[in-house]
Design a protein around this ligand. Sequence first.
Ligand code: ADP
Length: 364
Amino acid sequence: MKDLVLKKLSTIPFGKDGQNIVSAGMVSNIVIQDGTKVVFSLTVPEDGGMEINELRNQAERVVSSIKEIETVLVVLTAEKEASAPEAKPVPKLPTKPDRKVGPDLRPVAGAIPGVKAVLAVASGKGGVGKSTTSTNIALGLRSLGLKVGLLDCDVYGPSIPRLMGITERPDIVDGRIKPMQQYGITVMSMGFLMDEEAPIIWRGPMVVSALMQMVREVDWGELDVLVLDMPPGTGDAQLTLAQQVPLAGAVIVSTPQDLALIDARKGLKMFKDVDVPIFGIIENMSTFICPHCGESSDIFGHGGAQQEAGKLGVMFMGAIPLHMDIRKFSDAGTPVVVAEPDGPHAKVYKQIAMKIGALLGEAD
Ligand code: ADP
């Protein structure tokens, strides 16, 4: 079967010297599961442009034409830097052999079937606690009785699998990825498909196409709200996501430091530019509460985000303290809203979730 797959793939020409994608060394890691599912890696050239999508489509098509094959997972890997470790392939989400393949990159924000509202949680830069906040807010929304999904869009450093304590990989049923279920919410992350030790070197267009597939081709089921843990920053990938996903609104996570607020302003501007309603700013790592004596101190300053929100005319959604327990529970894979649902930190997250729920028109 492997030979047959190679034979089919070698019909796809590449380059000017009569080469094909197999002889050019672009195909690797062919895995055949149950005799019906094929996973293989296609290493795309640095300057491939839109040709990448065409190559992927052709590769899917020729392999799908093999009678026994029901599902084709194309593993699209970027050309790696010389020093980069060997990366595990990232399976492209499956497509049924008979349907049109390739990502939908049209700049149209179409609704996601079954999903009532999409909320973006963004930050102007990394390390401000965006993923921790997304996770706990998603769980807070769930505690309001909503059906909640959480999509980790941070393909550079997906941390949701660790934060949610998920180590298994998702199933593929009828050619669609089944997201994971944990603590009552539906979760998907590129981290489920990647090797944490060997990160993929992503190039811009691939990030967007992989993310759009996760948004649209994952079987989300019926959801009241899908929370997107956005990639940190305000680059092209973020902008394209904000344009192409039908966002009901966005919240910006910021630390109290000024610098972060400057970054947060960029985040606000990005959503404003594409007409996404900004629900508000969340201040994370606000007051430090000593786990020993309970005394609070404002290590990073305090109130900066609140002042800034006032100046910018957006809602200040709340301040999450900098507390050891929040980090400890996150590291253990049991977010604080799950670990201590009636504790003081869960209360802060739930209050923010209530505001968001109200803005989404979902909370009673
Ligand atoms: P980002 O998604 O912005 O990169 P993370 O959510 O991964 O940030 O958080 C970065 C680190 O800070 C993690 O170790 C996390 O546990 C910790 N952290 C986040 N928020 C808090 C908080 N309020 N109190 C204590 N630690 C926090």
